[in-house]
Every structure is written in C-alpha cells, then in structure tokens.
Write a protein that binds this ligand. Structure first.
Ligand code: ACO
Length: 323
C-alpha cells in the first residue's frame, strides 16, 4: 500500500521585524501584557509588494530544495490561506505561475488557522491514491493586511509568513493519520466580517474593517477542543502519550500550547514553540514551526510528531506524522 511522507520542509519570513516595544508606540499596550498573556515577543510583517503567494514561493522553493526535488517534479499544489492575494485566481494557481509550473492541479482552501492541516490531509489522500507523486503543501499568510491596527485586542497577536512541505509516495507511513473537524456555530467568535458576497459594498465605501474576536471565549473553546482532539488522535491510532517525540502545535498563544502539552504529560522541551518569534501566523504557523525545528536539528528522521491546530470557524484538526 502506498503512503505519503514528508520529503522536505521550507519556510519564509518577511524581513521586517516588529517587536512588542514597537507596538507600544502604535497602540496602548505593553511588552509585559503581550508576553504574559500570549508569549509573543516579536512578529514579521510583509512589505507591501509581498503578497501571500510571494511568501509561499520562497517557502515552496526551500521545501523542494530540502527534498532534493525541482519544480518540474511537482504534480499537485494545495495552499492553506486566510489571506489570499485575490478573490480569484486562487493563491495555489498564483503560486503555480510563480514557480513556472503548468497544468497540474493547484488550489487554495480557507479554513483559517487549520489551513495547513486541512491541506496536508487532502494532499496525503491524493498521494495515497497513487494519483500524485510530488505534492506541494503550503500555509501562507499576510494577516497584517486584515488586522485593524487600532485594535490592541487583536493587532498584537498576528504575524506574516509561510511554510511548506513536499509530500512524496512511500512504502512506510509518513503521514499516519489526519483528523479534521469544524463547527460553524462558533463563527461569530472569531472572524473577518466582510467578504465578496457579504458586506463588500461597505469595504468599497471605505468602512474600517479588521479581524474581530472574543478572545476569552476563543481561548476557552480552543483549550477544551484541543484536549478532545489529542485524546481522539491517540485513541484512533493506538498510540500512547509517551511514544510522541515532538508536539508541533499551532502557534496562537503560549498558554493554549502549554495546556495541550499538559494533556500529553509532555515537558515543554518536547514542544516546538515559535510563537515568541512569529506571533500567530494562522495557516503558516505549523509548517513554519516544523521547518524551524527540522533545520535546527531537533526534529530528526524516524521521530513521531503530533501536529494540532484550532482556528476560525471554528475548524480544528491534527496530523500524526512519522517524519
Ligand atoms: N494591551 C493591553 N491591554 C489589553 C490589550 C493589549 N494588547 N488587549 C486587551 N487588553 C485589555 C482589555 O481591554 C481588558 O481590559 P479591561 O479589563 O480594562 O476591560 C484586559 O486587557 C483583559 O482583556 P481580556 O480579553 O480579558 O484578556 P485575556 O486575558 O483574555 O487575554 C487574549 C486576551 C490574549 C486575546 C486571550 O484571550 C487569548 O489568547 N485568546 C485566544 C485567542 C487567540 O489566540 N486567537 C487567535 C486566533 S484563534 C487561534 O489561532 C487559536
């Protein structure tokens, strides 16, 4: 039976670094408040010409290089993003054009912070079905473009960046399992309240818009849901907590990450944490964290990884991966 495996990883961060001290000059906040509530110390913000597909191209090229493959090998592209360059063409197709690839399927999906895990799950199924030999799976975001920079409750949380993996067929798993969920009843707790078919006229008229969030409620549901997700992932795959080498969580908030680690009885030394340096980069956060830990030598071939995520919708999901 064919499985898929991660053949290479890559990531990219825009060069502009914005520290908590920089934000103190923009809104009424403090480094101490941001660090103690979220763990975030700095984040990278994209330059005006850096769109989500631009960030994705850098990450994708690095992932291909680390897999020892080239753009000619790619036969499938799926991008998770909350911040597409355009309404259409989709960001997958725009990335495809940037890479100079033609004809293979390329598309984007929008499941907020769960975008990468959803994209990984989709690509895994195409590889396992024998239809795809080299899938490019990308999470990319320019969240700074949809944040209200006057709202201290949200603007301190987010950052820009991209991460990518290359999936290839393998006789051994690789991607052992993915578990995806969503529940639209929570849609009003965290959202960007305008879109092409809803309120677009207000955007055109220049009504100020940004991500809106009921932070406390999001926090509580996230902790509860991720706890259930960890139980489900372990039980359905017959895995004990102590078999997991690394937790690679979505990087939204250090306290949410810590609660997932507690659930697994996992010391923080076994958790990949990049939220201090990246902020919440939504769909880009897990592949960014993964690539960081692969490149600094913590994550090694053969180790068992648990990735878990939670985001707007709400959507949530996990991936159990033998790296
Ligand atoms: N600086 C200083 N004070 C602030 C700031 C800020 N940046 N933002 C809010 N405050 C104030 C509030 O106005 C409030 O003041 P008040 O008591 O005078 O009314 C006070 O701080 C406490 O506000 P809370 O919202 O209750 O603060 P809380 O401890 O819940 O922390 C936070 C807020 C960090 C947003 C937290 O709720 C959280 O992390 N929630 C999860 C949300 C999240 O991670 N969302 C990302 C997307 S979803 C995902 O990726 C999982």
């Amino acid at each position: 039976m064919t499985h898929s495996r991660i053949a290479g990883t890559g990531s990219y961060l825009p060069s502009r670094l914005v520290t908590n001290a920089d934000l103190e000059k923009m809104v009424e906040t403090s480094d101490e408040w941001i660090r103690t509530r979220t763990g975030i110390e700095r984040r990278h913000l994209a330059a005006p010409e850096e769109t989500s597909s631009v960030l994705a191209e850098h990450a994708a090229r690095r992932a291909l290089r680390s897999a020892g493959l080239t753009v000619e090998d790619v036969d499938f592209i799926v991008v998770g993003t909350t911040t597409p360059d355009l309404v259409f063409p989709n960001t997958g197709t725009l990335l495809q054009q940037r890479l100079g690839i033609h004809n293979c399927p390329a598309f984007a999906l929008e499941t907020a912070c769960s975008g990468f895990i959803y994209a990984l799950s989709v690509a895994d199924k195409f590889v396992r079905a024998g239809e795809v030999k080299c899938a490019l799976v990308v999470g990319t975001e320019c969240l700074s473009r949809i944040v209200d920079w006057n709202d201290r409750g949200t603007c301190v949380l987010f950052g820009d960046g991209a991460g990518a993996v290359v999936l290839t067929p393998s006789t051994e798993p690789g991607i052992i399992a993915t578990h995806l969920h969503s529940d639209g009843k929570y849609q009003d707790l965290l959202k960007f309240p305008f879109g092409p078919s809803s309120g677009f006229d207000q955007l055109r008229a220049g009504v100020p818009a940004g991500i809106t969030m009921q932070g406390n409620e999001v926090f509580k549901v996230a902790v509860r849901t991720l706890s259930r997700l960890v139980d489900e992932t372990l039980a359905k795959n017959g895995i004990n907590k102590d078999q997991i080498d690394w937790l690679v969580p979505h990087q939204a908030n250090l306290r949410i990450i810590q609660s997932a680690a507690d659930k697994l009885d996992m010391p923080m030394e076994k958790v990949i944490v990049t939220v201090q340096d990246h902020g919440n980069t939504s769909a880009a956060s897990i592949p960014l964290a993964l690539d960081t830990a692969v490149r600094d030598g913590r994550i090694r071939r053969g180790q068992l990884l648990l990735m878990e995520t939670f985001g707007g919708g709400f959507t949530w999901g996990s991936a159990l991966v033998r790296y």
